[in-house]
Write a protein that binds this ligand. Sequence first.
Ligand code: ZN
Length: 282
Amino acid sequence: MPELPEVQTVVTQIGKKITGKTLVGFWTDWDKKVLEPVSKVKKLVKGTTVLGTRRFGKTIVIDLDNAYSIVIHLKMTGHLLYKDEVNRGAKEWQDPTNQYIHHRFNFEDGSHVDFSDMRKFGWVDICETAEILNHRHIEKLGVDALSRDFGPEILGEYCARTPKKSIGMLLLEQEKIAGIGNIYRSEALYRAGILPHRHAGTLTPREIRVLHEKIQEVLREAVRLRGTTDGDFRDTAGKRGSFQKRLYVYGRTGLPCKKCGTIIERKKIGSRSVFFCSHCQH
Ligand SMILES: [Zn+2]
């Protein structure tokens, strides 16, 4: 599932391509996941110009000049592809992962943004820009994992509030810290040397400081490398991310730890697997 770095990659790349462009239409063959009536979306986007793109946690927002914003969530397998005259023949479009196109935004100059989504859990919505913070998928989000507002004291406060909760579980809760998912919780905890099933209340102030630092470090690094592709994620040019080369534990069950050689283990925490090294993490 795309997490903060993958969504940031999409928002940055797509923002460069479509800001200032005029929309002429919207098409879908999966209206189940268009949260407003399709006719309303079509009417509202037609003739508007894109002012910019941004992100709240893992939710993508495209602001339009008619005081409305398109809201998109990629969910499990969704990704956005930007196509124009220049890249129309790109080999990436032959990648089967890029061929599950269920929604499309068309621009006046012939370019378009395609929403490819094999599992079809991703969704498209539209709402008034002024109401964006009240959007039902945005209002509940906690502090963004890469924002200046997320300091170690906030992490410490959450740990103190639910001392019996495992730290691996706490990091997944979007209403506390927004943007971290399965991949980056495992990687941040590994780099911080903390076992994912430790109770949050047992973390020392020093461990909280280090974990906070490692969360931001791992996310920034992943943004620079256009995210992790362990399955379906593609950037807006249809290319894979490159952070998977830097993974220490995620998806490496049964393989030796890159630092100490101990076999990497997997455990379920919060219905998802978390990966760790029992020698490097305590
Ligand atoms: Zn190790």
